[in-house]
Design a protein around this ligand. Structure first.
Ligand code: ADP
Length: 221
């Protein structure tokens, strides 16, 4: 089963990707993660990509497209979940062409929809439990609101992640995502219109569990 997932930063895309990957035993291909691997390994590609990534810009298509398409063609598991690509129309075109040339079927396109202001609040409202970092706490999500300023699960102190408070960086990423003429939403629209894969729309305001259940009932091997 092959899946593409779209969703803005702050929509819960990463969380849902982990859940789907585990449920269907898929290889999770995350373009941002491949770049981080290259940067860590000090490869030529990593060095080229780093300045764009640090500036919050997209890495040029000449670098990104071959890198992702090669990674996809190397997958040996029974399926993949592609996350972070395509991010514009030209990436969408290249991926459609590559899938068609390699006779690879795409089964689902998941799109998590979340209004920009809410996505931004979710990132800025994220709080980390000082004892157990994955205890869920968020000032702007009712279901996981901290209790009296402390971790809702264990009562420990809460911390913030510095990059979650970098409003300019969040705005820049969202500018790219929500751009319906040249950005990711433009790429997603083009891709959805030109692919025969089933399009699953998800309301990102739901809880993690609700989204998970809705996805699991709609995804079939
Ligand atoms: P985000 O935190 O915005 O979801 P990712 O972790 O997916 O970001 O990616 C980190 C960075 O890697 C992006 O800000 C961008 O610079 C680069 N990148 C990831 N995917 C792509 C892509 N498809 N095209 C161009 N650049 C990309």
């Amino acid at each position: 089963m092959n899946i593409i997932i779209f969703g803005p930063n702050g929509s819960g895309k990463g969380t849902q990707s982990e859940l789907i990957k585990a449920s269907f035993d898929l290889t999770h291909i995350e373009s941002g993660d491949i770049f981080r691997g290259h940067i860590k390994g000090g490869t030529k590609l990593g060095i080229e990509a780093k300045s764009y990534i640090d500036a919050g810009e997209l890495v040029p298509d000449e670098i990104t497209i071959p890198m992702v398409l090669e990674t996809l063609s190397d997958v040996t598991s029974s399926g993949w979940l592609l996350d972070g690509f395509p991010r514009n129309v030209s990436q969408a075109e290249s991926l459609l062409r590559s899938l068609s040339e390699s006779n690879t079927s795409l089964d689902y396109i998941i799109e998590i929809k979340l209004e920009r202001g809410i996505a931004k609040n979710r990132i800025m409202g994220r709080r980390l439990c000082a004892k157990v970092p994955n205890h869920p706490n968020n000032l702007f999500i009712d279901a996981i609101k901290p209790i009296s300023g402390k971790c809702r699960v264990c009562g420990s102190e809460l911390k913030v992640r510095a990059d979650d408070q970098d409003e300019a960086a969040i705005n820049k990423r969202h500018d790219i995502y929500y751009d319906v003429s040249a950005g990711t939403l433009a790429g997603a629209k083009y891709f959805i219109e030109n692919s025969s894969a089933k399009h699953i729309n998800v309301d990102g305001t739901q809880t993690i569990e609700e989204i998970k259940q809705s996805l699991l009932t709609q995804l079939h091997r």
